[in-house]
Design a protein around this ligand. Structure first.
Ligand code: SR1
Ligand code: MG
Length: 397
């Protein structure tokens, strides 16, 4: 059974998507428009409407009242469309060059009409083709530094921030992450999905109580730490990129959560891509990991020095202490992401397309091993160099 919608909700198809774009005055009525459903994500429909003559397009995204990846048996709130368009608008206030422009949104229809980014490529696809997107990590570092700082208590009056926490309460999408990232992969749960050859390693992980306690602590942080308006699903499939441009899309999982979550998920997805590559091709990914952390740290610190409202902000050591806790959280969250993308429900092509099969299993085994180290040793790993050292060491053994 699908989630609740109102009578104003109607599922779009290619012709009603075109009609909507014309009705909204986004194209003149006589335009020669084409439309294609291009959604390849797990949850929504995405229509690309294109004016052949003017060579101009736009995107109409619609949330359906269930998870598309599973079907109507998995009801899912369409409120995620409201969350997504509001998050894009807020992010656009701080990093307009790094998110798509929103032209229109309608909560009842669960529709967001936004900038056409089809001149760009999904970063995961490009990375899999061996592209390195030189600007990617500096852009994402800036995105993280600005969006996370300016939505936090460091930059906002407590009353304003509390209102935002309410506006961005997103229980159903958070529940997906709580289960698929933080719970199911750590237990022998039916939602898990992995090759039989990985079972001994999965079982080892399920029997590792100290790892499970650390995973439980990270889950608690995700459940309770309302630090900033986070993207909530910042993997490389949520990013469009080219050599020069980067746009972060799909913030339907956005809510007030721990700052380290977005940072950790992005780093983990870079590492997942590195795991699919041969040694000589991994360096650009390591550079991205270094750059994203350094740029995040620098952007966040500059914003803090310029705009921090907190009375304690100028106390020596407070900023450094804040960055240190964000870092260890991010390392732990990165570990959870490595584990869940290997044995959980939602996989990544970076691992699943590794050939031959034996190599795939070996790299997945390493993903589990490294993931567990990042979760368990997150407090000991003090710098991004320490994290990369661990990663490289495991790949060599
Ligand atoms: C049912 S949704 C599965 C995954 O896809 C999304 O992009 C999130 O990563 C979620 O965990
Ligand atoms: Mg998504």
């Amino acid at each position: 059974m699908a989630a609740t919608t109102t009578p104003l909700y109607e599922t779009l198809n290619e012709s009603s998507a075109v009609a909507l774009a014309v009705k909204l005055g986004l194209f003149p009525s006589k335009s020669t428009l084409t439309c294609q459903e291009i959604g390849d994500g797990n949850l929504n429909y995405v229509f690309h409407v294109y004016d052949q003559e003017k060579e101009r397009g736009l995107i109409i995204k619609q949330a359906v009242p269930y998870a598309k990846v599973v079907g109507e048996s998995w009801p899912l709130t369409i409120d995620r469309a409201r969350i997504e368009s509001s998050a894009l608008i807020r992010q656009g206030e701080h990093v307009p060059h790094l998110v798509p422009r929103v032209y229109y949104s309608d909560t009842a229809m669960a529709v967001t009409v936004m900038e056409d980014l089809s001149h760009l490529q999904i970063a995961r696809k490009g990375l899999l083709e061996g592209k390195n997107f030189p600007s990617l990590s500096a852009h994402i570092g800036e995105f993280l530094g600005k969006t996370l700082f300016y939505s936090s208590n460091y930059a906002l009056k407590p009353q304003v921030k509390k209102q935002l926490v309410k506006q961005f309460t997103n229980p159903e999408l958070c529940d997906i992450t709580e289960r698929l990232v933080f719970t199911d992969p750590f237990f022998d749960n039916d939602t898990n999905d992995f090759e039989e050859e990985l079972r001994p390693y999965a079982e080892e992980l399920w029997q590792n109580n100290s790892l499970k306690i650390e995973a439980a602590k990270l889950k608690q942080l995700f459940l309770t730490s309302a630090e900033s308006l986070i993207h909530g699903d910042l993997h490389t499939g949520s990013i469009f990129a080219s050599q020069e441009e980067t746009k972060v899309i799909d913030p339907e999982f956005a809510f007030y959560g721990p700052i380290g979550f977005d940072v950790g998920q992005f780093i983990a997805n870079l590492l997942l891509n590195a795991l699919g590559r041969e040694e000589e091709a991994r360096e650009p990914l390591y550079e991205h990991v270094n750059i994203v952390w350094d740029t995040f740290k620098q952007t966040f610190s500059e914003a803090w020095k310029k705009d921090c409202l907190e009375a304690y902000s100028k106390i020596d050591g407070y900023l450094e202490d804040t960055l240190a806790h964000i870092f260890s959280d991010a390392v732990g969250f990165a570990g959870c992401e490595l584990i869940r993308r290997t044995i959980g429900l939602a996989h990544v092509a970076d691992l699943d397309t590794i050939v031959p099969f034996d190599k795939r299993i070996e790299r997945k085994r390493l993903a589990l091993e490294i993931g567990a180290v990042l979760v368990e040793k997150r407090e000991q790993l003090k710098t991004i160099t320490d994290v990369l050292k661990q990663f490289k060491q495991h790949l060599k053994e």
